[in-house]
Design a protein around this ligand. Sequence first.
Ligand SMILES: [Zn+2]
Length: 260
Amino acid sequence: MGNALFSLKNDIVEAGKRIYARGYVASNDGNISARVDDEKVVITPTGVSKGFMKPEDLIVINMEGKVISGNKKPSSEMFMHLQVYKDRPDVFSVCHAHPPYATGFAVAGIPLDKCVLPEVVITLGSIPLIEYGTPGTEEFYKPVTKLLKDYDAFLLANHGALTVGKDVLNAYHKMETLEHFAFIAFVAQQLGYINTLNREQVQKLKDQRAKYGIRTDVGCVSCQEEGQSCSTNSSAAKVDSDKEELIRKITEEVLRSLNR
Ligand SMILES: [Zn+2]
């Protein structure tokens, strides 16, 4: 257990460096956590830059938010993290940041829920926009719970983004994918138009998701507009690393066939 906690802390320190280095947070913003076991979560402290954390800065809390070990104060958003772990037994890490493009969409009130990029459709599915609530309060994390079961990546209105995953790196990578998608969507919008994948193209991605055990029961906006439900959602625990490799290959294949 000691070793497991130590490696979780190291993973969080590393993810913190990356979210800071990539400009996904300013100052001491953002928070990352990981599930230690059924009763404990390790989380980043408040008032510390996520780019310069040491493993000993991290705090272990119980499921009620009580500090078990650590000298600093846990993130003010810990209740949002705890709610995720309570509602999603398949989730082992939660990442919250303010990446500028994704947050721009969240401020503009525009969800990233159109099927545009095959790799995003396969790994994240649709990215809904969660209504605004004052950070650090129940008003903030309660709206998250409504959509939590169906998605792994979220925009938080007038605030930022939230991703969940099967481990720290997986949750962090979803934040990267989300921000990259937001950046590309922004550029495409500047160029004049965002072409969405059609229903048939999405169906092919959906078939691949089903084949590799990724949940396929939530539709995206593109398909709903055509009066059909597609399935572009993902769930954290079901994608292990060799599946990720397969997905990468499939994505390449789909991209090739789209280019034909
Ligand atoms: Zn925040």
